[in-house]
Design a protein around this ligand. Structure first.
Ligand SMILES: [Zn+2]
Length: 335
């Protein structure tokens, strides 16, 4: 039996291919019937070859999705056939299996990593699969595969208090996830920077936040927390100017082109500002996922997706619309 998958053949070239459904699963491998998937900016960088050398072409794509367990490896204790699950690049431990190699109709080899979600069926390492306790509103739970765990981890690793002055740079999926979670935890003083004026006005009304469309207009050295989600190296360079001296933190969440370097003024660090990432220890989301899912139940997330749900065969259209900013996250239905 064959199923469809989005395959990256070379830079900016994605083709829908028919791949043979695997029958033998190695230890650690789980066959998942994927229902919904999404795309983020890190995946765009992968498609545009901005993440360094890619030795695995052609390969499957996607690292955030939801699906149903179709088959498990022999003696698997963690998952059962028929369970609803979330698929994520975020690990719950070291990988157990090697990436699966699929075959297309002509017998060509197609590579895959431990997680890939733009497939009708996918062989996924069990450390990238999280059981969903609540099966309502499955499609929105694609967000639990990428943006949400990254942002949630910031809250787990940093003491963010309700009265803190927070500045979020970039109102895409990551920035919005930060605003949603901080609002649900009672934070009041939130400022957002984004270049899209229409989006800013919508978000100002929706979340009762301060908005800015240019870095120069934001007050310097007045924020306890600055969360950099733009992936823009120029913004990264200027962000430490906004952080409060002696105790303020800048947390970098956006991903930059691997070839770019940045200049920073060391006086920011001398004056007691902290610069850190979203993940400050070995990425391991074991025991954290259910806490995130409980929090997620309370968040209203429909506005991330437009009313349009893309089909897998419309993957290139979904990517084009995402690049143009028509959707915060494109939602892709596998069948
Ligand atoms: Zn992602």
């Amino acid at each position: 039996m064959y199923f469809r998958a989005a395959v990256l053949e070379k830079k900016n070239t994605i083709k829908i291919k028919k791949l043979k459904k695997p029958t033998n699963l190695q230890k650690g491998q789980i066959l998942v019937k994927i229902l919904f998937s999404s795309i983020c900016h890190t995946q765009l960088q992968e498609i545009e070859m901005k993440r360094g050398k890619n030795n695995f072409l052609p390969h499957c794509l996607g690292h955030e999705g939801v699906g149903i367990i179709e088959k498990t490896y022999k003696d698997c204790k963690k998952f059962k056939v028929g369970e609803n699950v979330c698929l994520s690049w975020v690990k719950s431990g070291p990988s157990i299996s090697k990436g699966n190699i699929y075959q297309d109709v002509k017998g060509n080899k197609i590579n895959s990593g431990p997680v890939h979600t733009l497939n009708e069926f996918a062989v996924i390492d069990e450390t990238r699969i999280y059981k969903l306790s609540q099966n309502k509103n499955l499609k929105n739970k694609v967000l639990l595969g990428c943006a949400m765990p990254t942002i949630f981890n910031i809250f787990l690793e940093n003491k963010i208090k309700k009265n803190m002055n927070i500045c979020v740079l970039g109102g895409g999926g990551l920035g919005l996830s930060f605003i949603l979670i901080s609002k649900s935890l009672g934070c009041k003083k939130i400022t957002l920077l984004d270049k899209n004026q229409k989006k800013l006005l919508y978000l100002k009304k929706k979340f009762n936040i301060n908005i800015f469309s240019s870095m120069e207009k934001i007050k310097r050295e007045s924020y306890d927390i600055v969360v950099e989600c733009t992936g823009n190296i120029k913004i990264f360079e200027m962000s430490l100017n906004l952080v409060k001296k002696f105790g303020g933190k800048m947390i970098v969440v956006g991903n930059y082109d691997k070839n770019l370097l940045s200049k920073l003024d060391p006086w920011h660090i001398i004056e007691g500002k902290t610069l850190k990432g979203a993940w400050n220890s070995e990425i391991n989301f074991k025991n954290k996922f259910s806490k995130l899912e409980n929090l997620f139940k309370k968040l209203k997330t429909d506005f991330y997706f437009s009313s349009k749900i893309y089909k897998l065969i419309e993957i290139n259209k979904a990517i084009a619309d995402f690049k143009k900013g028509k959707v915060i996250r494109p939602l892709i239905k596998m069948r």
